[in-house]
Design a protein. Structure first.
Length: 400
């Protein structure tokens, strides 16, 4: 049993301990904290609560549901010193569908700033939350495609007063509910003036992308070109305020999109592009990107077929804005000579922060060590400030 769980047990009321069948031995063995710092928690993660419940050996004769109820009464009550600002709920089994009915829920959840949920979260709870809270700024809903009932989610989005950061992810294997997607988009359009950050994983059904003039960051994970003109129109309509772009695509007019970015995004600071096909056709456009986007400070490029990295590296060494020295590159493999060319031409610039990832199948251990040796050599020369090399994409994505 964890120390935290013991503390929670000690903070429970005598009535709650009686309900759980806990005898006085724990209070005799451990001292009740002088300060109830749990009352000052501002982040409530229900998966964390479930992990605590799994450590219930000291109250093994009580069911998980009874323990859950007593812990929630400790956490959610009208006398809490601090209201929660973050709520995360992954509830496939309906464990928390009554949260909004707990005495004190209106007090505790009235000032939420961020909310995370997944799949089939109970819609009656979401509707209850919509009645309580109108202050959510960050909203993340995962596995949208697997949501059966969506009435509560739509209502919760609609009543928020300042929705800023929105993420809707789709399960790769989900079939998709186009009517639900359409409803989500329409609910977002009502927040057109406040939404600054958006990620969606499907092709827009409405004219959503043309209705969000204040976007600062857009992550748009689709793979077909039907709606790319809308994306170009969106970029053109942002009036130069767009600062972050994250795009994954294939079979698209690469040059048109890159041109739209450097012609309309002078304040761009972060660019991630994941390319499946036609990759070499855009290399020449990276020079224009470097020239026009003077504030760019981080570049992330993923390539999934043959690519002339040497040509790109020459362009970057020659034309990259002075503040651009953070790079992430992913490819099936890299050639040693390409990086040597890059580093030799990067002299008299800010030392780079460099992360690279490759497909292990195409790079053997000896080649990996050669890359490490090369990077160490240029680190000594102060061309590289810090680097990370990975054969695992997940590690790569989370680094730097």
């Amino acid at each position: 049993m964890s120390k935290l769980f013991k503390i929670i047990i000690l903070l429970l009321s005598e009535e709650s301990r009686d309900t759980l069948g806990i005898n006085n031995s724990i209070t005799e063995t451990y001292q009740r904290p002088l300060f109830n710092y749990i009352d000052y928690w501002k982040y409530l993660d229900m998966s964390f609560i479930e992990n605590l419940i799994s450590q219930r050996s000291i109250i093994e004769y009580s069911s998980a549901s009874v323990i859950r109820n007593e812990i929630l009464k400790l956490l959610i009550n009208k006398n809490r010193s601090k209201k929660f600002i973050n709520l995360s709920i992954q509830d496939d089994y309906g464990y928390y569908d009554y949260l909004h009915h707990i005495s004190g829920a209106e007090h505790c959840f009235s000032k939420l700033e961020s909310f995370y949920c997944k799949r089939n979260v109970d819609q009656s709870f979401i509707k209850g939350l919509a009645r309580i809270c109108k202050s959510i700024e960050k909203f993340r809903f995962e596995d949208v495609s697997n949501c059966v009932d969506n009435s509560g989610i739509i209502k919760l989005i609609e009543v928020q007063e300042k929705l800023i950061d929105v993420v809707f992810t789709v399960d790769y294997y989900g079939n998709g509910n186009k009517s639900f997607y359409k409803s989500l988009e329409e609910s977002l359009i009502r927040h057109a003036d406040t939404v600054h950050y958006l990620r969606i994983d499907w092709k827009p059904i409405t004219r959503l992308l043309s209705c969000l003039p204040n976007l600062l960051s857009l992550e748009f994970n689709i793979t077909h070109s039907e709606y790319w003109n809308d994306l170009v129109n969106l970029i053109e309509g942002t009036k130069g305020y767009l600062t972050e772009i994250d795009i994954t695509y294939e079979d698209v007019d690469d040059e048109m999109l890159i041109q739209a970015i450097y012609q309309n995004c002078p304040n761009l600071r972060y660019l991630k592009i994941s390319l499946m096909n036609h990759t070499n056709s855009l290399i020449s456009e990276f020079e224009n990107l470097s020239i026009h986007c003077k504030l760019l400070n981080k570049l992330f490029i993923e390539i999934y077929n043959n690519f002339s990295w040497d040509k790109l590296f020459i362009i970057l060494a020659r034309s990259a804005p002075i503040g651009l020295f953070k790079f992430k590159f992913h490819s099936t493999r890299f050639e040693l000579e390409d990086f040597k060319l890059f580093f030799d031409n990067w002299k008299n610039r800010n030392p780079v922060l460099l992360t690279i990832s490759y497909t292990p199948f195409f790079v053997n251990l000896s080649e990996h060590h050669q890359l490490v040796d090369l990077f160490e050599k240029y680190k000594v020369k102060e061309i590289i400030k810090k680097y990370y090399i990975s054969g695992h994409f997940e590690e790569f994505s989370n680094n730097y």
